[in-house]
Design a protein. Structure first.
Length: 757
C-alpha cells in the first residue's frame, strides 16, 4: 500500500461515469449536502439542506439539478471525477472541459464553475418529483412521522412544491408547510391539548426551497421524465451563447415566514448578499476546509488493504460530517444529507425523499454515535446543532413530565420528534397493546422503547465534556442537564419511594431496548453516576453552593451497579436480581449489550481504571454478553469494537474495526450500507470512528493513555484532541511511538504510552 504523505492521497478518484445516483459522490459545506455524479454525459446532483421538514416531518430533498454541455465532454476515456478533500469540492474533467462543484461554508450557496478549451453551450434543469400531490402509505410512511400506517387514520399526502421562472435566468422553487401538520396530530394523540400553545413547534410556517440561476441564461421551457422509479418535472435554462466559461449557482433558503411572498423576499435578499460576497467566498471556504483538516487526522499504513481503508474511510466520513458543520439541525444518523434513490438501495420503489426511521424523528442512541467522535477530532464547532436540538425542546419535555406525572424535569424519550414529543406511531394509537408493559399515560406503547429515557444523559455528558476539552462556558446548558437529572429523581421517588438504604428504585427500568421492566438497569445506574459525578465537579461558576449540595444528595441516592458471581468471578449484571415485588419483569429481547455501557460511554471501567477485571469478566463470562459477542456483529450502531478498545483487547478491537470501517458496497467507500437504518448509515461510520480513536488514545482523569489497543502492524500518523485544550500528534511504526508532539508541553507529563516496551 502506498504511503500516505498528505490528505490528497485519500481523495476519491473515478475514471468512469456512474450508472445512477447510488454511485454518487458527496460534496457540501455549512449545512448543505450534494450527491454528485455523471450519467450518460450529464452532470447531476441532489440538493439537501438541514431543516427541510414538511408537514409530515419528512426530511425532503430540495430537488435535483442536471447540467448538459454541448460538447458532451464526459463520455470519453479521459473522464475523471475527483473529490478533493482539502477543498471540499468535486472536480470533473474530460475532453478539454472542467467542472468544479463546491458549497460556500458561510452562505447557503451551491457553485458550479465550468471552463472549456473551446466555447460550449449550456443547458441546466431544475428537476422536482414533487410537482403534484403524492399519497404515501405503508412502507413509504417510514420516511415520515406516521411510520407504518397499514390502516391509516388519515390520508398522508406529500404536498406538491411551487416552482416558477422568476426571471429569464432564474428558477424559484419552494415547499410551504400547511397548517394541519403531524405536530397537531401528535399533541392531540398524547393528551397535551391543554398545553399546546406553550409547546415549541418547528414545523409551523416553515418554508424551504431555493433558486437556480446564472448569468447569460434564459428560460427554455418545461418537460417531464422519469429517473429510477420516480416521475419528475424539469424546468430548463439554457445559455444565450456558447462560451468558454459558465457559472451556475443554487441558493437554498430554509426559514419560517407568514407567507410565500415573505419567504421569497428573504430568498432574494440571501442571493443579493451572496453576489456581493462572491469575490471572497471561495477563498474563505478554502481556508475553512484547510483549517478543518489541520485540526486532526488518522493516517494508517499497513500491508493489509482493509487496515488502510480504515484510515481512508475515517477521513471520508469526517468530511461528510463537516458538510453540516453549522446547521440549525443535527446530522441525521440515517443518511445525513447524502441519501439517494431508494430503489438503488432496496426494493423500495419510492422517491429520493425516502429514508427509513423518519426525517424529523431523532433516535438518541443512534444520534450520539454521530457526535461523540467530534471531541477527539477537535470538531467542537459542530456540536451546537445537536445540543440545541435538545435545548430547544426542553420546555416540551418538561411539560410532558408535569402533565402526565406531576413531576419536574425533562422526560425525553429515546425516539422523539424535532418538537420533543414521542413519535406518534411509537406512542401508539390503540393503547395499550404491549405484550409486556403495563402502560401509563406518557409512556410509549412499544415493547422496545417504553421507559427508555436514558439517551438524553449522553448529551448531558457531551455538554460537560465540551467544557472539559475546551474550557467553553456551558452555562446555557446547565438547565438542560439539571432537568434531565431531576426527572429521574422525582419520577422514581414519586413512583417507588426510596429503598431501605435511601437509594432510588429505578423501576420500571429499561436496559436499553433489551431488558424491559427491569429494576436498576446497569446502563441507567451507570449513566446517572457518571453524569452526576462529573456535574458536581464542575467549577463554582456553573453551580451555586445550594445546587451542588442538592446534586450531591441525588448522587448519594443512586443505587450501586449490580454484579453477580460466575465461576468465582465478579461481573456486571444487567439489572437487579429479583424477587420483583414491584411488578412483572424483566423481559428480554434484541441483542444490545447494556451490561457493557459502564465501559462505554460511561467510562467507569477500562484501561487505567480500577476493577478492570470486573469488566473483563463481564466480556468473557456473562452468558448473555458472550452469546452476542460470538455472533460477531458489527453492522450499524454496534459498539463491540469500542468496548474491546476500552478494555485493551487489541486483537478484538482491530478485528471488529476492520469489519466496521471497510469499504462500503457502494461506489463511494464511506456510504456505509443500510445495516439497521439507511444508507449512508452515519451511526455506522460514527461508531467505527470512535473505535479507532479509543484504540489510539484514551483519557482517564488527567492521564492520557496512548496506544491502549493499537495493532503493532498498523503504522499510523495521527493528531487527536484531549481534555484541557490538549492536542497530541504522534507517529507509530512497528508498534513503537517514534514521534510525539504535545500541546501544551506541560501535558506531556500526563501521557502514558502503552505497548511501547
Amino acid at each position: 500500500m502506498a504511503q500516505i504523505h498528505s490528505l490528497n492521497d485519500y481523495n476519491v478518484v473515478w475514471t468512469t461515469p456512474s450508472k445512477n445516483s447510488s454511485e454518487s459522490m458527496p460534496c457540501g459545506g455549512g449545512d448543505i449536502g450534494l450527491n454528485v455524479w455523471v450519467e450518460n454525459g450529464d452532470v447531476l446532483f441532489y440538493l439537501s439542506r438541514t431543516g427541510a421538514f414538511d408537514e409530515n416531518n419528512q426530511f425532503l430533498k430540495l430537488g435535483r439539478v442536471r447540467v448538459t454541455l454541448s460538447n458532451n465532454p464526459f463520455t470519453g476515456r479521459d473522464f475523471k471525477q475527483e473529490l478533493r478533500l482539502k477543498e471540499g469540492a468535486v472536480h470533473l474533467s474530460g475532453a478539454g472541459t472542467k467542472v468544479v462543484l463546491w458549497v460556500d461554508v458561510f452562505r447557503p450557496i451551491v457553485h458550479v464553475e465550468i471552463e472549456s478549451a473551446k466555447p460550449v453551450s449550456l443547458k441546466t434543469s431544475y428537476e422536482t418529483w414533487r410537482y403534484k400531490d403524492h399519497e404515501t402509505a405503508e412502507e413509504e410512511n417510514r420516511a415520515n412521522s406516521h411510520k407504518d400506517l397499514n390502516k391509516p387514520r388519515i390520508k398522508v399526502i406529500t404536498f406538491k412544491d411551487s416552482v416558477r421562472f422568476n426571471a429569464p435566468n432564474e428558477v424559484v422553487f419552494y415547499h410551504q408547510n400547511r397548517k394541519d401538520a403531524v405536530f397537531d396530530m401528535t399533541v392531540e394523540q398524547q393528551g397535551l391539548r391543554a398545553v399546546k400553545d406553550s409547546l415549541y413547534n418547528p414545523l409551523e410556517q416553515l418554508v424551504f426551497g431555493g433558486m437556480l440561476f446564472g448569468k447569460g441564461l434564459v428560460s427554455d421551457g418545461i418537460s417531464y421524465g422519469t429517473y429510477v422509479d420516480t416521475d419528475y418535472q424539469a424546468w430548463h435554462l439554457r445559455s444565450l451563447q456558447a462560451s468558454q466559461k459558465h457559472q451556475l449557482e443554487v441558493a437554498l433558503h430554509v426559514g419560517k415566514a407568514p407567507s410565500a411572498a415573505a419567504w421569497t423576499k428573504g430568498l432574494v435578499q440571501l442571493v443579493q448578499k451572496a453576489k456581493q460576497a462572491n469575490t471572497t467566498a471561495k477563498q474563505a471556504t478554502l481556508k475553512w476546509w484547510s483549517d478543518f483538516w489541520q485540526r486532526s487526522h488518522v493516517h494508517i499504513q499497513s500491508s493489509d488493504e482493509k487496515a488502510w481503508q480504515v484510515g481512508r474511510n475515517y477521513q471520508l466520513f469526517r468530511y461528510m460530517l463537516a458538510c453540516n458543520a453549522y446547521g440549525e439541525w443535527p446530522t441525521k444518523f440515517n443518511g445525513g444529507l447524502f441519501t439517494f434513490d431508494p430503489g438503488t438501495v432496496s426494493s423500495a420503489k419510492f422517491s429520493p425523499d425516502f429514508r427509513r426511521w423518519g426525517g424529523g424523528t431523532m433516535t438518541g442512541q443512534n444520534q450520539r454515535l454521530v457526535y461523540f467522535p467530534m471531541f477527539k477530532n477537535g470538531d467542537f464547532d459542530m456540536l451546537p446543532s445537536q445540543f440545541n436540538f435538545y435545548t430547544k425542546n426542553l420546555r416540551n419535555a418538561e411539560l410532558r413530565s408535569k402533565v402526565y406525572w406531576g413531576v419536574n424535569g425533562a422526560s425525553f424519550t429515546e425516539q422523539i420528534e424535532n418538537f420533543g414529543l414521542p413519535n406518534n406511531a411509537e406512542y401508539g394509537w390503540a393503547r395499550p397493546t404491549s405484550r409486556w408493559i403495563p402502560l401509563e399515560e406518557g409512556v410509549e406503547d412499544n415493547d422496545y422503547l417504553a421507559h427508555d429515557w436514558e439517551s438524553s444523559l449522553e448529551f448531558c455528558l457531551m455538554m460537560i465534556d465540551l467544557h472539559a476539552y475546551t474550557g467553553t462556558d456551558i452555562k446555557k446548558y446547565i438547565p438542560f442537564i439539571e432537568s434531565c437529572l431531576r426527572f429521574y429523581d422525582e419520577y422514581y421517588q414519586k413512583r417507588n419511594g426510596l429503598d431501605k438504604d435511601g437509594k432510588l428504585i429505578i423501576y420500571p427500568g429499561s436496559g436499553l431496548e433489551r431488558y424491559k421492566m427491569a429494576v436498576n438497569p446497569v446502563n441507567t445506574v451507570s449513566a446517572l453516576k457518571t453524569v452526576l459525578s462529573r456535574f458536581v465537579a464542575l467549577p463554582e461558576r456553573f453551580l451555586s453552593a445550594s445546587q451542588r449540595t442538592f446534586w450531591q444528595g441525588m448522587l448519594a441516592r443512586i443505587p450501586p451497579l449490580e454484579t453477580t458471581q460466575i465461576e468465582g468471578k465478579t461481573l456486571l449484571n444487567a439489572y437487579k436480581n429479583g424477587p420483583y415485588t414491584l411488578g412483572k419483569g424483566p423481559f428480554a429481547h434484541g441483542n444490545e449489550l447494556p451490561e457493557l455501557y459502564p465501559i462505554y460511554p460511561w467510562g467507569q471501567f477500562g484501561v487505567g481504571l480500577p476493577l478492570l477485571d470486573i469488566a473483563l469478566n463481564t466480556w468473557n463470562y456473562n452468558p448473555s454478553v458472550v452469546k452476542i459477542l460470538k455472533q460477531n456483529l458489527y453492522l450499524s450502531w454496534r459498539q463491540e469494537a469500542i468496548y474491546a478498545a476500552r478494555l485493551g483487547l487489541t486483537e478484538e478491537a482491530a478485528k471488529r474495526t476492520l469489519q466496521k470501517m471497510k469499504d462500503s458496497p457502494y461506489r463511494f467507500p464511506a456510504f456505509f450500507e443500510p445495516g439497521h437504518d439507511w444508507t449512508p448509515d452515519h451511526n455506522w461510520g460514527g461508531s467505527g470512528m470512535i473505535a479507532v480513536q479509543e484504540m489510539l488514545m484514551q483519557t482517564v482523569g488527567d492521564t492520557i493513555y496512548l496506544l491502549p489497543a493499537w495493532p503493532k502492524n498498523w503504522d499510523v500518523d495521527f493528531k487527536l484532541h484531549a481534555p484541557k485544550n490538549t492536542t497530541i500528534k504522534g507517529v507509530v511504526k512497528q508498534g513503537k511511538l517514534v514521534k510525539l508532539e504535545v500541546f501544551p508541553n506541560a501535558r506531556r507529563a500526563d501521557i502514558k504510552v502503552m505497548g511501547n516496551e
